[in-house]
Structure formats: structure tokens, C-alpha cells
Design a protein around this ligand. Structure first.
Ligand SMILES: [Zn+2]
Length: 125
């Protein structure tokens, strides 16, 4: 129950968060996101210039870098991913995360994507 004592409102808030996370996950899956690897295609930015501006690794800002590598999101990654996915990232781990059928894993990946994009948008450099 919330402050008004109405469980329906709490349920709506929870549903709203789940919905936002699902939308973020779906947008990520279909490449409808703001990472430079995609955004650069739409704005005709040279592929070599689509580097991550949130870290100093000098690599493409693609889905793999965003989800498993970029140190800018380390705290978030540790919060939502098992340590296995945080250490020695590789493409197979990305595939494992994105194709998981485990509801908790999918929920955590969704939350990570949602909050990482939120942090990212509030830290425009
Ligand atoms: Zn980065």
C-alpha cells in the first residue's frame, strides 16, 4: 500500500516500472536506442567516429560495450548482473544475457538497460 492506503496505486506504479524496463529492453533488442553505433547511422557520422564518450577506452559505443564493458556503468552492472558477466566480458556472455529465458535475468537486464540509458541521458558530455 502507498501513503493513501490504496494498493491499486502501488500496483500501477510497479506495473509502470516493469513496462518502462520492458520497453527499454525491446528498444535495445531492435537497435532503436541512442548508442552512437546506431545514432551515428541516422546522423551520418563516420563509423570511425562513433566512439564511446563516457569512458577513455577509445572503442565503438555499441551494444556489447554498453552492456558489458564500459566502466561508466560498472556500479549498475554489479547491481544487476552476476559477477560472471562482469568479469572478462565476451560476445558469448552478451548472447547469453540477451537470449536468456530466465525471468529474473531478463528483468535485471531490462533494469540495467533502463537505468543505464537514464544515467547516460542525464550525463550528456
Ligand atoms: Zn565506454
Amino acid at each position: 500500500m502507498d501513503q493513501t492506503g490504496c494498493p491499486h496505486i502501488v500496483g500501477t506504479k510497479v506495473y509502470s516500472h516493469i513496462r518502462k524496463n520492458k520497453i527499454a529492453f525491446t528498444r535495445f533488442r531492435v537497435s532503436s536506442h541512442d548508442l552512437l553505433i546506431e545514432k551515428g547511422r541516422h546522423f551520418n557520422i563516420n563509423r570511425a567516429d562513433r566512439l564511446c564518450i563516457y569512458c577513455h577506452m577509445n572503442v565503438f559505443e555499441n551494444e556489447y560495450h554498453f552492456l558489458l564493458v564500459c566502466p561508466f556503468y560498472n556500479n549498475l552492472r554489479k547491481l544487476y548482473f552476476k559477477p560472471y558477466f562482469c568479469h572478462w566480458p565476451n560476445k558469448q556472455k552478451l548472447i547469453t544475457l540477451m537470449t536468456s529465458t530466465n525471468k529474473i535475468t531478463l528483468l535485471n537486464v531490462s533494469k540495467y538497460i533502463y537505468y543505464a540509458f537514464l544515467i547516460r541521458s542525464s550525463n550528456t558530455l
